[in-house]
Structure formats: structure tokens, C-alpha cells
Design a binder for this molecule. Structure first.
Ligand code: NI
Length: 421
């Protein structure tokens, strides 16, 4: 995903009361912090190992093998090969109760790493430049702590390690593979290391957090010819230029200005020579919205305008519209629950309301199916030189974020299970 988030106001909600929570009777915040600290060297080592051996989407074979091995060692029911390289572990608690799913992603990006630390990528042209190495390592540590309390758990925990978040998307395939069933999942917890928040800061937002993201491709066909004879041709490149300008009026003139939307055409292909009138022009773009109802209208809006403009010039326009990730919408109650959990791990004022971003995430598919919270785990630390954005060749994280994330995951899981028992 492509983050643009800054810390803002603290998340509203009552402060947690450590004295009365049933989940605190099971595992006190102090004991949880101690466990996370004890596991931290292993969590860091695991993250660095994943970092050294990054794998692209749907190629997460080594990562999945390690994840499945660790989950198996912890005594979980493990399923592999879901959505090709996905892994799922199920921890069945000793007492009856609901089921909560925690999701991590495992894939890396086609980027040449430019960091110089001792655990840089050993795979040329592939890099964990989004933090998914840390996600998988943290979820394994959380699984270890929760497995240690299996007998006392009021319900079940499902750990999902999905492939291909960076695209084309593994979440939808994991759901199709049955990861919301048997036992039926009641709630979702997701998280992302966040380069735009300092380490120690947690960002949470109920409602729409991240945009939908769809891909559009317009193929404009005119009539090629000699550059000297424009009157005998229909110039597809010129028509494309008008279409491109016309597209700018959809967001600015057709859509409620209070609902965010973006149409960006990042690629234009046309023309073979300076004196040849182009027969065809192709425009490729991304369409993002913050509202599923608005999102559904975008193919029609783009198609109508593009075809209309093309037709005015005697050309035609074919529209290929490929839906990708939906809007990421977090559930209010789950956000309050995770917010309370986070405030037992960091200071209350360190839990802030995340600002929405036009980046997108396939956790959205999970959150369409069940109520859930996707929280942002601050991991920047400019004092240590850790200040690069996600997907940058020098992206890095402050590993002090890892035990914080582990504790928030575990506390949220425990709080959810005990709240329903
Ligand atoms: Ni990511």
C-alpha cells in the first residue's frame, strides 16, 4: 500500500481499566510485556531472516514453509497451499467462545535494496520494502504467546499468513479457500508497520481508512496516416489528449466534493514516428474512491465520457475496467476494542486517530466479510535515520516496534475473546 498518514488527535474512547478486564486476569499487561520482551530477540531475528530472503507475490514458498513449521511446532492446526502460498494456523482454545482472525501478509516487492545493514536482501531485485517481513514475524510471536495460554482461551484464534498483498491480491483467494470458516470467524484484526508514524505511535480509525483501487485502460482507435495528410486521418493521439483532459472533469465536476476520489492516468502509449499519425492510443490509469457506492459508478462515468469524446472526433474508445481492492472500512466497536488494548501497551496519548489515505490494501476483502480493525504500527525513527517511505529502496523500520505490535495483537485477541464469553 501507499501510505500518507500523520499523527493527529488521540482516539476517543474510555481509558482501559486494567483492574477489571477478564483478559488481564488471564495475562496481565506486565506479564505480556515481559513475554514480548523475552521473545523480541527471536522476533527480530525472524524478521531479519525474512528480510534477507524476500519473495515476490505468490512466490512466498520459503517464507510459508518457515511459518507453517513454526505454527506446527506450537501445536496449531496448520493448512498450507491456500491461495497458492498462503498458510493458516488455528488455535482452538480450551474453553468455548468466538473465533478471531489475525491476518499478516508475507510478500516483498520488485525493488533493488539500497540499505547497508547486515541483513540486506540476498535476492537481487527483490526487497521487503513495505514491512511484510515484520508482519509475519510479529504474528508468529503473537501465536507463540497465545499458544502458551491455549487451555485458558475462551474461543479460537486463526492466524492467516496471506500471499500477494502487493498485487494481484491474496486476501480474496484466502477467503475463497475457506479461512473464514470452520470455525466460523467472528472478527478480524489486521495491522501494518507504518513509516509515517514514529515508533510507539499507533494509528486507528473507524470507518473508511484506505481507498478502493481499480485499474482502467482506454484504447482509442482512430485512422492512421501520413503526418502530411491530417485531413485523411483520425489522429488517435490527439483524441487521447482530449480524453485525458476530459477525465479530469469527472472528479472535479461530477462527484460530491465531500467524497474523496482520484483518477490518475499514469501511462500513455501511442505513436510510431514523428511524421506518422497514430492509429491507436492507450491510456492506463488508477481509479480510487472512499465510497463503494461511488466506486460502482466509476466505470460508467469513465466509459460514457471517453466514448463520447472519441466519437465526437470520429474515433472509438474501448474501456477495460478491472476492479482491484475495495475500500478498507474498519468497524467502530473493533476499533474501540483494539484502541483500548493498545492503550495498555503504550501511553494513552500514543494511540491516535489515523488519517485516511488513498493507498489501498486487500485486508479490505476481510473487512467486507466480518467486522474488524486494521491498525497502523508506527515504526519510523528519524534519530536512527529510519525515515524513508514504504516502497523506497532504503525503507527500514525501528525494530522496537515489533514487541509493541506483538502485545497489541495478543491483548486485542484476548480482549475480544473474553468480551464475548
Ligand atoms: Ni504493505
Amino acid at each position: 500500500m501507499e501510505p500518507t498518514i500523520r499523527p493527529s488527535a488521540p482516539v476517543r474512547g474510555a481509558a482501559d481499566d486494567p483492574g477489571t478486564s477478564a483478559s488481564h486476569a488471564l495475562l496481565t499487561p506486565e506479564r505480556l510485556a515481559e513475554l514480548a520482551r523475552e521473545l523480541a530477540p527471536g522476533t527480530v531475528a525472524r524478521r531479519r531472516d525474512f528480510h534477507m530472503w524476500p519473495e515476490l507475490s505468490f512466490q512466498e514458498v520459503r517464507t510459508a514453509t518457515i511459518v507453517a513449521g513454526e505454527l506446527g511446532d506450537l501445536g496449531l492446526e496448520v493448512q498450507t497451499g491456500l491461495a497458492r502460498t498462503g498458510v493458516m494456523g488455528t488455535l482452538r482454545g480450551g474453553k468455548p467462545g468466538p473465533t478471531v482472525l489475525v491476518r499478516a501478509d508475507m510478500d516483498a516487492l520488485p525493488i533493488d535494496e539500497r540499505n547497508t545493514h547486515g541483513f540486506v536482501s540476498r535476492a537481487p531485485g527483490v526487497m521487503h520494502a513495505c514491512g511484510h517481513d515484520a508482519h509475519a514475524a510479529m504474528l508468529l510471536a503473537a501465536a507463540r504467546i497465545l499458544a502458551g495460554h491455549q487451555d485458558q482461551l475462551h474461543g479460537n484464534v486463526r492466524f492467516v499468513f496471506q500471499p500477494a498483498e502487493e498485487g494481484p491480491g491474496g486476501a480474496e483467494l484466502m477467503i475463497e479457500a475457506g479461512c473464514l470458516e470452520n470455525p466460523g470467524v467472528d472478527a478480524i484484526i489486521g495491522f501494518h508497520i507504518w513509516a509515517d508514524l514514529p515508533v510507539g505511535i499507533i494509528g486507528i480509525r473507524s470507518g473508511p481508512l484506505m481507498a478502493s483501487s481499480d485499474e482502467v485502460r482506454l484504447t482509442i482507435t482512430g485512422h492512421g496516416g501520413h503526418g502530411a495528410d491530417p485531413h485523411l486521418s483520425i489522429d488517435a493521439m490527439l483524441v487521447a489528449a482530449h480524453v485525458l483532459v476530459g477525465m479530469q472533469t469527472i472528479v472535479s465536476r461530477e462527484i460530491d466534493p465531500l467524497i474523496p476520489a482520484v483518477i490518475t492516468f499514469g501511462k500513455a502509449e501511442s505513436g510510431r514516428g514523428h511524421n506518422i499519425i497514430a492509429h491507436e492510443a492507450i491510456l492506463s490509469g488508477t481509479v480510487r474512491t472512499f465510497d463503494e457506492a461511488l466506486r460502482k459508478t466509476m466505470p460508467q462515468r469513465i466509459g460514457r465520457l471517453a466514448a463520447g469524446i472519441a466519437s465526437a472526433y470520429g474515433a472509438t474508445c474501448k474501456v477495460q475496467y478491472s476492479p482491484q481492492y475495495p475500500v478498507t472500512v474498519c468497524d467502530r466497536q473493533m476499533c474501540e476494542l483494539v484502541g483500548r488494548a493498545a492503550r495498555t501497551v503504550v501511553k494513552p496519548e500514543q494511540v491516535v486517530e489515523a488519517e485516511p489515505t488513498m493507498g489501498s490494501e486487500d485486508i479490505a476483502y476481510f473487512l467486507q466479510e466480518r467486522p474488524g480493525c486494521y491498525f497502523l504500527l508506527g515504526a519510523a525513527n528519524p534519530d536512527k535515520g529510519i525515515d524513508k517511505p514504504h516502497h523506497h529502496p532504503e525503507f527500514d523500520i525501528d525494530e522496537d516496534a515489533l514487541p509493541i505490535g506483538v502485545q497489541i495483537i495478543v491483548r486485542s485477541v484476548l480482549d475480544f475473546l473474553t468480551s464475548r464469553s
